[in-house]
Design a protein around this ligand. Structure first.
Ligand code: ATP
Ligand code: MG
Length: 366
């Protein structure tokens, strides 16, 4: 997959930026605060429908303006595609693929696969379950639009069910209606659980292969799915639904007093282990960094396995954080991947990369 060009109009500090990219390496360099990450953010938005920094579109609009417009030209399986995202303050974002407006954001997925790697990705290891769910959800949504739709349904159903739980506190006669929501919830939950487990198994296998090299065969990394309830490792939808439905029934009184749904995939987690020990609790700084690198390279391989295509890779400020061995290792692993690298100093790359790279100096959003 290749991004040929990008046009930014009033996006963050880019008033009118047009870039034609190299098919291989793109070095986006310049001083701090000039608008390098903003470029990666725009590309990532076209791939995943989300910014990695904010969920609010109005923050992406240039100060004192009332809209932004992004245009990317993408080559996907030999086909050329134009992805256009437009946002006018306080209106819904409009997305067009080849000039045709899409009705659901899920239709954006699959037009451009991207893996983003930034220093903040350490939070996949260091922070709480929400960060790990977010990581898996974004990757899985890119690969499987149905997963994305299930996630959307999950959040809508939970909202409705939680409203009902709060009403039940004072109006117990509504209790019969909870069954309908439990059933809907169990159905999407089972779909999500099956996909999360499959994803974790595949990612774990790829990461293990990667990590062997980085650690000189001394470390085994595992990425385990930790479902919020014991689903008995079933991969049968009806079975998982039945287990979950029973638990929902059992916890109803507690849920009513809490005013929210206390059990379910919205509280799932993933356990990342090195040699069977929690990486979060026992891993050194270096082990944690190397593990994120293994997981990110695994993500590239997994997208390739699932879709038959290599994603593009966005490296935001990570090269300077990796030692030389790991930099070399990363470069070797991304032979087939169009790569975008932001950094403050381009001179180092001039030595590593040959003329397959293009260099872009960014100053004040230009
Ligand atoms: P660093 O090297 O520090 O990571 P960078 O070049 O990656 O810097 P970006 O994060 O891309 O910097 O851009 C930051 C700049 O964009 C800041 O100067 C910020 O004020 C500006 N900026 C952010 N949002 C907006 C916006 N909505 N409108 C205008 N400017 C914005
Ligand atoms: Mg930056």
């Amino acid at each position: 997959m290749i991004v040929k060009s990008l046009f930014l109009d009033n996006f963050r500090n880019h008033r009118d930026t047009k870039i034609d990219f190299s098919d291989r390496f793109n070095i986006i360099y310049g001083n701090n605060g000039q608008g390098k990450t903003n470029i990666l953010e725009a590309i990532y938005l076209c791939a995943s429908g989300r910014s990695h920094r904010t969920s609010k579109d109005n923050e992406l609009v240039m100060f004192n303006s009332d809209y932004f417009n992004i245009n990317t030209q993408v080559f996907n399986n030999g086909l050329e595609r134009n992805i256009n995202i437009k946002y006018l303050n306080n209106q819904k974002r409009q997305i067009k693929i080849n000039e045709i407006p899409i009705k659901k954001i899920g239709s954006l997925m699959g037009n451009l696969y991207a893996v983003l790697f930034s220093p903040e990705d350490l939070s996949i290891i260091k922070q709480g379950p929400g960060e790990r769910r977010r990581f898996v959800d974004i990757t899985l949504s890119q690969i499987k639009p149905t997963y994305f739709y299930n996630l959307q349904s999950l959040s809508k159903i939970l909202k409705q069910r939680n409203i009902l739980l709060k009403n039940l506190y004072s109006k117990s006669e509504l209790v019969d209606t909870i069954d309908i929501w439990n059933y809907k919830l169990a159905e999407v939950a089972a779909n999500i659980i099956i996909e999360r487990r499959k994803f974790s198994e595949a990612l774990s296998e790829f990461a293990q292969n990667q990590h062997k090299y980085i650690s000189n065969n001394s470390e085994i990394i595992t990425f385990n799915y930790e479902c919020n309830f014991n689903y008995q490792n079933s991969d049968n939808k009806t079975e998982i639904m039945n287990i979950y439905l029973k638990l929902l029934e059992k916890s109803l009184n507690r849920d009513i007093s809490l005013g929210y749904t206390s059990i379910g995939p919205h509280r799932d987690d993933y356990d990342i282990l090195i040699n069977n020990k929690s990486l979060k609790l026992y891993g050194s700084q270096g082990q944690q960094r190397s593990s994120v690198l293994s997981i990110k390279i695994a993500e590239i391989e997994l997208i390739n396995k699932e879709t038959g295509q290599y994603p593009i890779l966005l490296l935001d400020d990570v090269m300077s954080e990796l030692d030389e061995n790991r930099q070399k290792y990363l470069m070797e692993s991304i032979k087939y991947v169009q790569t975008f690298i932001t950094c403050t100093n381009d001179s180092k790359f001039k030595n590593i990369l040959n003329n397959s790279a293009r260099y872009f100096l960014i100053e004040s959003g230009s």
